[in-house]
Design a protein around this ligand. Structure first.
Ligand code: ZN
Length: 457
């Protein structure tokens, strides 16, 4: 089967190559040719896609996803999503031009990952956190998704079975972060009072009890009283009760989760695979401790969502600069900070880190609110539109740079070059979220912005 995409602005993700009015020929699942032009009258034996007014780029590679496979959800090993939910999450990625995802939930088996990969056109890759302290942290934070088999898996076994990275080491759920604010603290408050608080109220209460760095010495009773009153909890709890509830929800998993990060980066260094570490205010000090320890070992240690809003923008910047100096590539997550703005309501960290050349290597989405993150492709457009990178540079951050950083995530993909995999996206040049066509391995899986029957198998 052959496809010709002609007339669009072709961004190859190899260096700075942008070809206006170029053409891409895909044959037998692979890119056969990238051409400067294709005359309208020239015949083609196959499917012809007119990409006038569109950008044409490699299928995006998302280095930071959750909820895209069966098996335990998140680093807290929460209950597995039903198949229709993880399939719908993959649909969302595909409809936005992402053809490869790395699942960073960490406790799924490679059978779980392969099932998702097999049933959906998106290429699904797996990572592992099957380490004693990571498991303990998950059990203490949630653990409802754990099955007997999970305990038998090891990082070494998972890597032998095809996992390509270690991660996500730590997470908001196990480290008193956004996952606690969104899910576990509101649930604990509701369970004992019947009152539902929202994510912002939960965060404010938590920070009054534990500060931004998750430290019991940071307790501020006056701030807690204010936060409790504003959340309508003044009659339901005494300050002592509410502080205890927050500590009991957040703290048990915190110490093992930090130890799990140490365990994980050492395993990455030992096995020579990349590790992806949750970077946030709660992990800033362990990252500072590990950076010199791992220096010169050649390990690829990736700071996930270096733009995490638990940092102040200045803290995020300082940690990213240090990481950069110590050889830790940084990923910036778009979360939902561009459009939806339910979990991250500021773009300050995003802009501050991205405007500095070379500070951020790659971009991902993370999970957003219940999987409703902003589109990776709109992050690409935003980075170019704001002038943080050239268009080619912005595309590379979600394609070739990811493929180069994590060997195995998309071997043979990530660039529009002859011989590479036929993973190609055509999107409106005005608004990249308006994705018209997606090819995965040369098969049309999105057409006119809709999934084709080939998207699911
Ligand atoms: Zn994270």
């Amino acid at each position: 089967m052959s496809t010709l995409i002609r007339g669009g602005t072709v961004i190859t993700a190899s260096g700075e190559t942008v070809i206006d009015g170029g053409a891409v020929v895909i044959r037998d699942g692979r890119i056969a040719d990238v051409l400067r032009r294709w005359d309208a009258g020239q015949a083609f034996d196959g499917d012809v896609i007119d990409a006038a007014g569109c950008v044409v780029m490699p299928g995006l590679i998302n280095i930071h996803t959750h909820g895209v496979t069966p098996g335990p959800l998140f680093p807290s090993a929460a209950a597995a999503l039903p198949a229709e939910r993880w399939m719908a999450n993959l649909d969302r990625h595909l409809l936005a031009g992402t053809t490869t995802v790395l699942s960073l939930c960490g406790f799924a088996s490679m059978d779980d990952v392969r099932e998702a990969d097999k049933r959906h056109a998106v290429h699904v890759r797996g990572a592992t956190t099957h380490l004693p302290h990571c498991l303990q942290a998950a059990e203490l934070a949630d653990g409802k998704g754990l099955t007997a088999e999970v305990g038998d898996l090891t990082v070494e076994g998972m890597l032998d079975d095809g996992a390509i990275a270690i991660g996500e080491l730590g997470g908001g759920q196990t480290l008193g972060g956004g996952g606690q604010d969104l899910v576990y603290i509101p649930a604990a408050i509701q369970k004992s009072s019947g009152i539902r608080v929202n994510i912002d109220q939960a965060r404010r209460i938590k920070e009054a009890v534990l500060g931004r760095f998750i430290d019991i010495r940071a307790f501020d009773p006056a701030a807690l009283a204010e936060a409790a009153k504003d959340a309508g909890l003044a009659d339901a709890f005494t300050a002592t009760q509410l502080a205890k509830l927050v500590r009991d929800t957040v703290m048990p998993s915190f110490v093992p989760a930090i130890e799990g990060i140490r365990e994980g980066v050492r395993a990455a260094s030992k096995f020579g695979v990349p590790a992806i570490v949750h970077s946030a205010s709660a992990t800033a000090s362990v990252l500072r401790e590990l950076m010199p320890e791992l220096e010169g070992t050649g390990a690829t240690l990736i700071a996930a969502h270096a733009n995490h809003p638990s940092h102040t923008p200045a803290e995020a910047h300082e940690l990213a600069v240090l990481g950069n100096k110590m050889g830790w590539p940084a990923e910036a997550s778009v979360f939902d900070l561009l459009h939806r703005r339910r979990t991250v309501k500021t773009r300050e960290h995003w802009d501050l880190l991205l405007k500095e050349p070379g500070l951020i290597s790659v971009i991902g989405t993370d999970y957003g609110h219940d999987g409703d993150h902003d589109e990776l492709i709109s992050a690409v457009q935003d980075i170019a539109a704001r002038g943080h990178r050239s268009l080619a540079g912005a595309v590379a951050m979600a394609t070739s740079a990811v493929a180069d950083l994590v060997p195995g995530i998309a071997p043979g993909s990530g660039r529009l070059e002859a011989g590479r995999a036929g993973d190609v996206v055509v999107a409106s040049a005005e608004d990249f979220r308006d994705v018209r066509v997606v090819l995965a391995d040369g098969v049309c899986v999105v057409r006119d912005g809709q999934l084709t029957p080939e998207a699911h198998r």
